[in-house]
Design a protein around this ligand. Structure first.
Ligand code: MG
Length: 247
């Protein structure tokens, strides 16, 4: 775990604010008839207008500024003019922003118009998984306490937790040590130290936990084609507690 200095923490806060604002902006755009490519273009412009740059663009060859993942897509959906949102869909938007060399990373799952109560509950419980997890994130404790709490909460509601994709340390790079799984034992993982930033991101499936990758090499979908939701924030852990930088 990389400990940050106070000046670095100020830059992480600013990166986090732009990330949050980009997601708030995304929420205003989502409606039936808009394509995920349109969302990508507008959110990219917004991030740049705020003084940030979209960290996903070109990351390991990713061709866009946001990940836009509809219904059974878990994460890493490539925006496309051919993916047009319809009433009843759910869409997760994942945004990464670099500000003066520091990174913010966050995701929300949004409803498109009116959605089923089944999908609405999945979105809500996925968000609750995050908050349940950070109740167990404390300096001096094992990171596994957070991971375990998320898994228990998701499974209590009859959902399953994706195993292959996890949260991560974040700072000067978007993906840093340690891994932050959404499952595991309370005794797993490193001891949490102060002044570290983590991106915590439950990916919760309505059906089974198994996933598959699309032919494009990016999109991750559920094998059973049931919906999946994603909720992520970048947080700062200090002696005084957890500060959510992207909310
Ligand atoms: Mg992330």
């Amino acid at each position: 775990m990389i400990q940050l200095t106070q000046p670095e923490i100020l830059l992480m806060r600013k990166a986090g604010q732009i990330t949050r604002d980009a997601l708030d902006y995304a929420k205003t755009l989502i409606k039936p008839g808009i394509s995920t490519l349109d969302l990508d273009i507008m959110i990219k412009k917004f991030i740049i207008s705020c003084g940030g740059s979209p960290s996903f663009l070109g990351y390991e060859g990713f061709p866009a500024s946001i990940c836009a993942s509809v219904n059974e897509m878990v994460v890493h959906g490539i925006p496309s003019k051919d993916v047009v949102l319809k009433e009843g869909d759910i869409i997760s938007i994942d945004v990464g922003v670099i500000y003066k060399g520091y990174n913010g990373d966050a995701a929300r799952t949004f409803p498109v118009g009116r959605i089923s109560s089944e999908k609405a509950k999945l979105i809500e419980v996925t968000k609750e998984c995050f908050f349940e997890g950070i109740r167990h994130l404390k300096v001096g404790e094992r990171l596994g306490k957070l991971s375990h709490a998320i898994q228990v909460y998701a499974e209590k509601h009859g959902y399953s937790v994706v195993r292959e994709l996890v949260g991560h340390g974040i700072g000067k790079k978007m993906h840093m040590s340690p891994n932050v799984p959404n499952y595991g034992k309370e005794t797993d993982g490193p001891i949490v130290v102060e002044n570290v930033c983590l991106a915590i991101e439950p990916m919760i499936n309505l059906g089974k936990k198994e996933i598959a990758m699309l032919q494009d090499g990016w999109g991750i979908v559920t094998r059973d084609h049931k919906p999946s939701a994603h909720y992520e924030n970048t947080v700062l852990v200090t002696k005084n507690g957890v500060e959510i930088l992207t909310l």
